[in-house]
Design a protein around this ligand. Structure first.
Ligand SMILES: Nc1ncnc2c1ncn2[C@@H]1O[C@H](COP(=O)(O)OP(=O)(O)OP(=O)(O)O)[C@@H](O)[C@H]1O
Ligand SMILES: [Mg+2]
Length: 236
C-alpha cells in the first residue's frame, strides 16, 4: 500500500516567488489496482507521480510504502528503492537517444547485472515485439515519438516492477497502440501490481479501477466515477 498524507510540493518560480504545485494531497494506492490520475495541464499530476516514485521529495506531508517512510529516506536509499520497486514511464520518455531500442530497454539491467543475462535480453526483445517496436533499428532518436513512447513502456516493465507509474503513456501513440498500452496496464494490475497512470486520455480513465482528479494542486473530493467503456445493460 502506498500512502500519501497531506502532501505538498512547492517550487521556486523565476520571479523569486513560490509555486504551490500540490497542496494537502492525501491518497492511498493498493496493489492489484489500476488508478488513473486526471486533471488539466499544470495541475500537478507529474509532480505527484514523481513524489510517488521518490524522485521528488515533498515539501510537506508524509509518503509511506508499507513500513517505509519515503519522505525521510536519503537520496541513495530512495534511488535503490525505486530501482527495485518502480517501473517508470516518463512524460518525456528519457530514453538514451544514441542507443537503439533494445539497449534502451536493457538500461535497468545495468544496475542489477554485470552482464545482461540471456533471459533478460529475450524478455526485452519480447516486450519490444509486444509493443510493436522494431527491435533492431538505429538509435531511438530516429524513431517516431509513438515508437519512443513504447520503448519507454518496455523499459519500465523489464524487471517486472511491483509498482508501475506511467505519465501520459498514450499521449503520442495511435489508437491501436493506445489500446495495447491501456490493456497492458490493466493486465499488470490484475497480476497484482500497483498501477498508477497520469493521463488526459478518457480511455485510460474508463479502464481504471479508480480515478482521482486534481486541479490546481488539489485533489477534488471523492474519486470520480467513470462508466465502464464496454458496459452493456443486460435485459432479461
Ligand atoms: N521543477 C520545477 N520547477 C518549477 N516549477 C515546477 C517544476 N515542476 C513543476 N513545476 C510547476 O508546478 C506546476 C505543476 O506541474 P506538473 O508538471 O506537475 O503539471 P502536470 O499536471 O503534469 O501538467 P501537464 O498535464 O502539462 O503535464 C506547474 O505550475 C509547473 O510549472
Ligand atoms: Mg505532466
Amino acid at each position: 500500500m502506498i500512502m500519501l498524507d497531506n502532501i505538498s510540493a512547492r517550487f521556486a518560480d523565476r520571479t523569486g516567488g513560490e509555486i504551490e504545485a500540490l497542496q494537502s494531497v492525501s491518497l492511498q494506492f493498493a496493489p492489484a489496482r489500476f488508478y488513473a490520475i486526471i486533471g488539466p495541464s499544470g495541475s500537478g499530476k507529474t509532480t505527484l507521480l514523481h513524489i510517488i516514485a521518490a524522485i521528488l521529495q515533498p515539501s510537506g506531508g508524509t509518503i509511506r510504502v508499507g513500513d517505509l517512510a519515503l519522505d525521510t529516506m536519503s537520496e541513495g536509499k530512495r534511488d535503490a528503492w525505486r530501482r527495485h520497486n518502480c517501473g517508470l514511464i516518463f512524460q518525456d520518455f528519457r530514453l538514451i537517444d544514441e542507443l537503439g531500442p533494445l539497449d534502451n530497454v536493457l538500461v535497468p539491467a545495468w544496475f542489477t547485472h554485470l552482464r545482461t543475462p540471456a533471459a533478460l535480453r529475450e524478455r526485452a526483445e519480447a516486450l519490444l515485439a509486444h509493443f510493436n517496436v522494431p527491435v533492431r533499428s538505429g538509435p531511438v532518436a530516429a524513431l517516431s515519438r509513438g515508437q519512443q513512447q513504447r520503448v519507454a513502456m518496455a523499459r519500465a516493465l523489464l524487471l517486472e516492477p511491483g509498482i508501475v507509474l506511467a505519465d501520459e503513456p498514450t499521449a503520442s501513440v495511435d489508437k491501436a497502440n493506445a489500446e495495447l498500452i491501456i490493456e497492458e496496464l490493466h493486465r499488470l494490475a490484475r497480476q497484482g501490481k500497483t498501477v498508477i497512470c497520469v493521463s488526459h486520455d478518457e480511455r485510460v480513465a474508463r479502464r481504471a479501477d479508480q480515478v482521482f482528479e486534481i486541479e490546481d494542486g488539489q485533489l477534488l473530493a471523492g474519486p470520480r466515477v467513470y462508466p465502464a467503456a464496454h458496459s452493456v445493460e443486460v435485459q432479461l
